[in-house]
Design a binder for this molecule. Structure first.
Ligand code: WT7
Length: 647
């Protein structure tokens, strides 16, 4: 091994819920007898009606289907709230830290959260929301976001959270796709001292969504926002009038729980659908084992609820486990680069879970910002969203964690519901940059381009051989797309879209996406989506987008643009196109590089050869591969000569 191995510290091995021997024993049992294993694990949830069936799953075309605990019933909001009231009703459920450190924090007990959820659930019902209806949430990182999620779960409505950084156009597309008639938002959001005009964005989006009849508006900043009579209602005023109790709906385990849109390699974002029983079990179980979570510990996942990490590890997983979950409205570098670690000290955070992109950004600011804080409460650190480079891993371990805290590098996806390949802190020796070993019930396999299984050490495409309870169940409104996207590339297996290496110890090293998805700051962007936004510009004839290495973001966005013949491309147009994409999708989709290209490298059949575009964007031009199949090989010389960052 070129990198070091960090063994499990002794006290972790002794005190953790799962040690190395237990991990092996449980893992083997989960694979040998999944029915028994998952029937036992599912006892961690409160069921309203016990299930008699456990696993009914097939990834094959003939009898494709995924169902877990099908005849059991439960309610996720009851599992997050009601079950804790007797024993820890006064314990803090949510510890909220505002964007501006001079504003007071909020501490919300399980009892208070329960009441707020019931009132909001009753408000939704009063506005006609029923089981199975879709509710779009476009909210900042405030406790009311969790209230709205839990209220939907309580009445069996399906929430669809749209990240508050997305544009009105992106929001409208998601509202329309799932035909949601109600949107929950705030007057404005606050991030890094800047205001985000959420209500104005909703108003702009709704110009395209005539079927929305209700907008519930939370007052966050108190800004004066226009309210549409009959459609827009004030959160505080409307919930005050509602009763403080609302019985949880009895939901089937396979009833839809939420939709979360994510980018794929083709077409518009797809609505990943998760269902009630399996998702809840996966979020609760992985949160407990991966973070070795015990009730009473202060836990902080620094993700936004607009992403799946926020769903599973800010709200649902922790609350099912009776945690005190920190919710942070701000950003890592505001007011300064100590912010994360000041919040750790302020609340005595024991477990911190964040993204490599934030760590790399903070690492660049220098160690003093970290060192001037105490961080003595920290016991465990986590990483998620993208591969963590060994340099950032070591910095996280030695500087942030002072060599004391294991790091759990969790590989998973929106589609998987929760962590799939991850160390357990009391069980797994760590290798910087490796997500290590599979979670219970997860069967990772590597296949080569021809679909042949790779045994032992090697590198290939990561697939999963069998179902797990937290697996997505469908693409909203397009079940065939679900099957086509995930189960046809390698028949009978779930296709992750990630490349991966397995070493001689059986450890997994995710190498990144191998499809046309790029991972920008841990956020997934489809290249096709950005291309779609670019070609919608009146002066653009054609566009091709690829990823490029980026020191902080992991991957940046490199766009090749062919303008219409009568357009003379210049820097003004370049700036204009970047602004255009921000408006069409959101700031996270802004291209880092726009290269004007009179032609794109295409095969004779007209297919763009992205391999060449990727190599140029990566500045790996010594080996462009075979260009002889191009319709016009001179296109490549032009691209090489006109790289804008060479200017
Ligand atoms: C893609 C999924 C995991 C929830 C947040 C992102 C990449 C995620 C890791 C990791 C290497 C990772 C993969 C994956 N990814 N975690 N620990 N190591 N890569 O969810 O937006 O659905 O993105 O993120 O490429 O496929 P997502």
């Amino acid at each position: 091994m070129s990198q070091g191995v960090y063994p499990v510290p002794n006290h972790w091995a002794k005190e953790a819920l799962v040690d190395a021997a237990q991990y092996r024993e449980m893992y083997e049992r989960s694979i040998a007898d999944p029915e028994r294993f998952w029937a036992d694990q599912a006892q961690r949830l409160d069921w309203m009606w016990p299930f008699s069936q456990v696993k009914a799953t097939s990834f094959s075309a003939e009898d494709f289907g995924i169902s877990w605990f099908a005849d059991g019933t439960l309610n996720l909001s009851a599992n997050c709230l009601d079950r804790h009231l007797a024993e820890r009703g006064d314990a803090i459920a949510i510890l909220w830290e505002p964007d501006d450190p001079s504003e007071p924090e909020r501490r919300i007990s399980y009892r208070e959260l329960h009441e707020a959820v019931c009132r909001f659930a009753n408000l939704l019902k009063a506005r006609g929301v029923k089981r199975g209806d879709r509710v779009t949430l476009y909210l900042p990182m405030v406790p009311e976001a969790a209230v709205a999620m839990l209220a939907c779960a309580r009445i069996g409505a399906i929430h669809s959270i749209v990240f508050a950084g997305f544009s009105p156009e992106a929001l409208a597309g998601r509202i329309e796709d799932c035909a949601s008639r109600i949107v929950v938002t705030a007057d404005e959001g606050l991030r890094g001292g800047k205001k985000v005009p959420l209500k104005a964005n909703v108003d702009a989006a709704l110009a395209h969504c005539p079927d929305v009849d209700t907008v519930i508006v939370l007052r966050r900043t108190g800004a004066a926002v226009p309210m549409v009579e009959g459609r827009d209602i004030d959160w505080a005023m409307a919930t005050e009038a509602q009763p403080a109790d609302c019985a949880p709906e009895e939901m089937g385990a396979e009833d839809p729980l939420f939709i979360l849109y994510t980018s794929g390699s083709t077409g518009k974002p797809k609505g990943v659908l998760h269902t009630t029983g399996g998702y809840s079990l996966w979020a609760a179980m992985t949160h407990e084992y991966v973070f070795d979570y015990r009730p009473g510990q202060i836990y902080w996942c620094a993700a936004d609820i607009g992403w799946v990490t926020g769903h599973s590890y800010v709200v649902y997983g922790p609350l099912m486990n009776g945690a005190t979950t920190v919710m942070f409205e701000g950003v890592p570098n505001f007011p300064d680069a100590s912010r994360f670690w000041q919040v750790v000290d302020k609340f005595g955070v024991e477990i911190f879970y964040g993204a490599p992109t934030a760590l790399r950004a903070l690492m660049r600011e220098g160690d003093e910002w970290v060192r001037k804080t105490s961080r003595k409460s920290l016991r465990l650190l986590g990483s998620v969203g993208e591969p963590i480079n060994p340099e950032a891993w070591e910095w996280y371990h030695h500087v942030v964690g002072e060599g004391r805290c294991p790091i759990v590098d969790t590989w998973w996806q929106t589609e998987t519901g929760g962590a799939m390949i991850s160390p357990l802190p009391g069980a797994t020796a760590l290798k910087p940059g490796s997500a290590t070993l599979p979670m219970f019930g997860v069967k990772p396999e590597l296949v080569d381009g021809e679909g042949r299984l790779i045994e032992g050490p090697g590198e290939g495409c990561l697939v999963l051989a069998d179902s797990w309870p937290g697996q997505m169940r469908s693409v909203w409104g397009d079940h065939d797309r679900f099957f086509q996207t995930y189960f046809t590339t390698f028949a009978g297996r779930y296709f992750t879209g990630d490349g991966c290496r397995r070493d001689e110890d059986g450890y997994y090293w995710i190498t990144g996406r191998i499809d046309d998805v790029i991972n920008v700051s841990g956020h997934r962007m489809g290249t096709a989506e950005i291309e779609g936004a670019l070609v919608a510009h009146p002066q653009v004839a054609e566009a091709a987008v690829v990823g490029m290495p980026h020191e902080v973001k992991g991957q940046g966005i490199y766009a090749y643009v062919t303008t219409n013949a009568d357009v003379e491309p210049d820097d003004a147009l370049r700036a204009e196109l970047i602004r255009w994409v921000r408006n069409e999708i959101g700031p996270i989709a802004s291209p880092d590089v726009v290269q004007f290209a009179p032609g794109l490298p295409k095969t004779r059949s007209g297919k763009i050869m992205r391999r060449i575009l990727r190599k140029i964007a990566e500045n790996d031009i010594s080996n462009l591969g075979d260009t002889s199949t191009l319709a016009d090989p001179s296109v490549v010389d032009n691209l090489l000569a006109n790289r804008p960052w060479l200017e």
